[in-house]
Design a protein around this ligand. Structure first.
Ligand code: CP
Length: 340
């Protein structure tokens, strides 16, 4: 079992099944804080440095919100051009300096392995917010937490489910981390469907099979989305291609809309996507006509991201008990109208 206190969170390979269960148990405890029914401040005085050297909305803001909801302060740097890395500073020097200013650091960087390199010189815990096409561990955790919540709400078995991952399976770090996490579940059936040329890295398929999962691969969207409980759609990761032309070749090849869903999917198949979805006309891998489909879980997924990230901070700072003992009723109330 992992001792989370003071640990870097760099890869889902760090976790055994028992660690994932522990994270989800703590995540459940964060629900009243996410709903603003309670407030708490066990991280009062602590500083998170949010270092995002690639574009981000969800990961950056939800890590920041999660830290704020635990009473901590957030400092942000976004864009390599806003940091002294452009003056030639090494990742190691950068990490040593930053860890003198912070109590925990979340980093997103375009290069694979960058979070690990950064962490090796950091005096404080580092959380990988995405390193190139390699890993996005907190995304995989929130995805798996959402999968379980959605299956539970349908009264289904959370240990023996059928999932299809579709789209750019070669370059999606969210997919790569999720597949590694799914390898902890031995009775899962996994369908991988991608345009030819965007296949899942073979070592991931091999890992899943060696751990007991049933895995099939295809290049056919319609076949790939049938007979599953969960459909996990991904965008063509244009930022990982050598040229825009190459990315354009794959754009729009796999599109899911309500008509295709109705024709090929089971009536209660849950639709997920790590987001952002690409809603430009030439892409639309997840059509907005699915927004009124009650099985579309993408915004429940993003909300769960805050809770899972709160749990990670509570575990890394070893303040899970204090989250509850510091809890009080908020002195304010913000009416929240339903978003159409
Ligand atoms: N899912 C995800 O990583 O989203 P962002 O790129 O907006 O952080």
């Amino acid at each position: 079992m992992l001792n989370f206190h003071g640990q870097h969170i760099l890869s889902v390979h760090q976790f055994e099944r028992v660690d994932v269960e522990r994270i989800f148990e703590v995540t459940d405890q964060m629900r009243p804080f996410g709903r603003r029914e309670k407030v708490t401040n066990p991280l009062k005085g602590a500083i998170l440095s949010n270092m995002f050297f690639e574009p981000s909305t969800r990961t950056r803001v939800s890590f920041g919100s999660a830290f704020n909801l635990l009473g901590g302060n957030v400092r942000e740097t976004t864009g390599i051009e806003s940091s002294s890395i452009v003056k030639g500073e090494s990742m190691r020097d950068f990490a040593r300096v930053l860890s003198g200013y912070s109590d925990v650091i979340v980093i997103r960087h375009p290069e694979m392995g960058s979070a690990e390199e950064f962490a090796s010189a950091s005096a404080v815990p580092v959380i990988n917010g995405g390193d190139g096409a390699n890993e996005h561990p907190s995304q995989a955790l929130l995805d798996l937490y959402t999968i379980r919540a959605e299956l539970e709400s349908q009264g289904k078995n959370v240990d023996e489910f059928r999932i299809a991952l579709i789209g750019d399976l070669a370059n999606g770090r969210a997919v790569h981390s999720l597949l590694k996490l799914l390898s902890l579940f031995h009775r899962v059936t996994i369908k991988l469907a991608s345009p030819q040329g965007l296949d899942t890295p073979p070592q991931l398929v091999e890992l899943l099979r060696s751990r007991g999962a049933t895995v099939s691969e295809s290049h056919d969207l319609h076949e790939g989305i049938q007979h599953v409980d969960i459909l996990y759609v991904t965008r063509v990761q244009e930022e990982r291609f050598a040229s825009q032309e190459e990315a354009n070749y794959y754009r729009g090849l796999f599109r899911l809309n309500q008509e295709i869903y109705s024709k090929y999917c089971e009536s209660n198949t849950v639709i997920m996507h790590p987001l952002p979805r690409d809603s430009r006309a030439q892409s639309q891998e997840l059509d907005e006509d699915l927004d009124s489909n009650p099985n579309l879980a993408i915004f429940r997924q993003t909300q769960n991201g805050v809770l899972v990230r709160m749990a990670l901070f509570a575990l890394v700072f070893d303040v899970v008990k204090q989250v509850q003992s510091s809890a009080s009723k908020p002195t304010w109330h913000m009416p929240r109208p339903r978003i159409a």
